[in-house]
Write a protein that binds this ligand. Structure first.
Ligand SMILES: Nc1ncnc2c1ncn2[C@@H]1O[C@H](COP(=O)(O)OP(=O)(O)OP(=O)(O)O)[C@@H](O)[C@H]1O
Ligand SMILES: [Mg+2]
Length: 150
């Protein structure tokens, strides 16, 4: 099923709700944000981070590839792999680093990864009229969530 996001505010809210559905202590999760340029992936990530208590700016990681956010007990890595072109870059990003913190990966353009990763959730965003359409695909069968809750 899909939901319609009429404006940027709806996309921010969807990100916030997703954070509340997924963020639990000691539960790592990986979310793939899929959609064309300008589909709203970074906006959704911003809503996600702000709802977890991040007060600062949320920059698009277009050039840095990954931005790291240290929240109380949680490390969020927000990556945009559009410009990923070398395996060494991926090694530096160290997505699979060990940490005592709960780790959440938000990955834009996961199709640029040389090896496929299995996320817990895929969010597909696309342009629809003046807004966006969102589809949530659960890849981790232990997760009981749906787009209807966003
Ligand atoms: N539901 C929506 N309706 C209309 N505009 C939206 C909606 N959600 C986000 N936007 C707007 O779309 C623009 C692009 O959003 P954003 O930067 O999040 O896209 P992106 O998918 O991350 O793009 P890129 O692939 O370039 O990183 C922003 O100006 C944002 O405000
Ligand atoms: Mg983006």
């Amino acid at each position: 099923m899909t939901i319609y996001l009429q404006s940027e505010i709806d996309t921010l809210k969807a990100g916030a709700k997703l954070a509340h559905m997924l963020a639990q202590p000691n539960k790592n999760s990986e979310i793939h944000l899929i959609g064309d340029l300008g589909a709203g992936k970074t906006t959704l990530a911003r809503g996600f981070l702000e709802s977890l208590g991040w007060k600062g700016a949320v920059k698009s990681p277009t050039y840095t590839l990954c931005e790291e956010y240290l929240l109380e007990e949680t490390l969020v890595l927000h990556c945009d792999l559009y410009r990923l072109n070398a395996l060494e870059d991926l090694e530096i990003l160290d997505l699979d680093r060990a940490t005592q913190l709960t780790k959440i990966l938000l990955i834009e353009w996961p199709d640029r990864l040389p090896l496929q990763r299995k996320p817990d959730v895929e969010i597909h965003l696309s342009h629809q009229d003046k807004g966006r359409e969102l589809e949530l695909i659960v890849m981790n069968e232990n997760l009981k969530i749906s787009a209807a809750e966003l």
